[in-house]
Design a protein around this ligand. Structure first.
Ligand code: IPE
Ligand code: IPE
Ligand code: MG
Length: 248
């Protein structure tokens, strides 16, 4: 595949990119392997997109690594996935430090096994002073739950009379979401040829550009990522306005 980097406009880099990393199981089946090996091979693609994001100066990269619904998978697969996470985090720490990457998470991470939660907290802590790429892992994440939790927190404030219902604005609501501190989502990528959102960042995608790749996640490379960035840069984001308004 041709090198995409020269086609990237350095003045129009998306600030916040999110990826639904899908297709590990199908990649494994295609290669006559068990699903777990598919997940292990997906780690390489994570490394590629993280490196690519650092290279072009993306501020926030949010990766959907484990959904709340993924708890319903066979116990052995859940276990293998979470062990892979623990292993990868300890292995990647030096790379995070070297590349000035700050790790963060979104989702119901308190539901993760203790060992997993612990290494996450440690890695978040150890990388907290880094001010380059924010790498955000969505773990045990459900967008509907995130929205409900935001509603509950605001309802409590209304009950305590610290806020009145007419003061509930978009920003009041957004401020209660996990993503409160991140810039608006610019680009959402999903691999594996599925055209759905699977309970990911439902509020946040309001004006994001959507990009679907037919590649299975373990086959997704840095150049595939750059191709998505180039496509993003060629789109006109109008935010409800007319094309003429955007050009002026
Ligand atoms: C994505 O790959 C990884 C996770 C959801 C954790 P899948 O495991 O969903 O792979 P497919 O969709 O079955 O191919
Ligand atoms: C979405 O993939 C979740 C992650 C990539 C972590 P799934 O494979 O779980 O999505 P569905 O169930 O096919 O929609
Ligand atoms: Mg899947």
């Amino acid at each position: 595949m041709k090198d995409q980097t020269p086609n990237i406009n350095k003045d129009r880099i998306p600030k916040h990119v999110a990826i639904i990393m899908d297709g590990n199981g199908r990649w494994a089946r295609k290669n006559g392997l068990i699903r777990t090996i598919g997940h292990a091979n997906g780690v390489k693609s994570v490394r590629e997109v993280v490196e690519a994001s650092v290279e072009i100066g993306i501020s926030v990269l949010t990766l959907y690594a484990f959904s709340n619904e993924n708890w319903n998978r066979p116990k052995a697969e859940v276990k293998a996935l979470l062990e892979l996470l623990v292993k990868s985090l300890s292995k990647e720490l030096p790379t995070f430090q070297k590349n000035n990457i700050q790790l963060q998470t979104i989702g119901e991470t308190q539901n993760l096994p203790k060992r997993c939660h612990k290494i996450l907290q440690e890695t978040i802590e150890k990388t907290s002073k880094n001010d380059g790429l924010k790498l955000v892992l969505a773990l045990s994440y459900s967008s509907k739950l995130e929205i409900l939790n935001s509603v509950k927190k605001i309802a409590e404030k209304v009950a305590e009379k610290t806020i009145s219902p007419q003061d509930i604005t978009e920003s009041v609501f957004s401020n209660e979401l996990y993503t409160a501190d991140y810039p608006d989502l610019d680009l959402l990528i999903r691999t594996s040829g599925e055209y759905r959102i699977s309970n990911f960042l439902l509020w946040q995608i309001a004006y994001a550009e959507l990009y679907f790749s037919p590649k299975l996640w373990p086959d997704f490379t840095k150049d595939d990522f750059f191709e998505a960035i180039v496509e993003y840069q060629n789109r006109e984001r109008r935010f409800g306005k007319t094309a003429e308004q955007i050009k002026n």
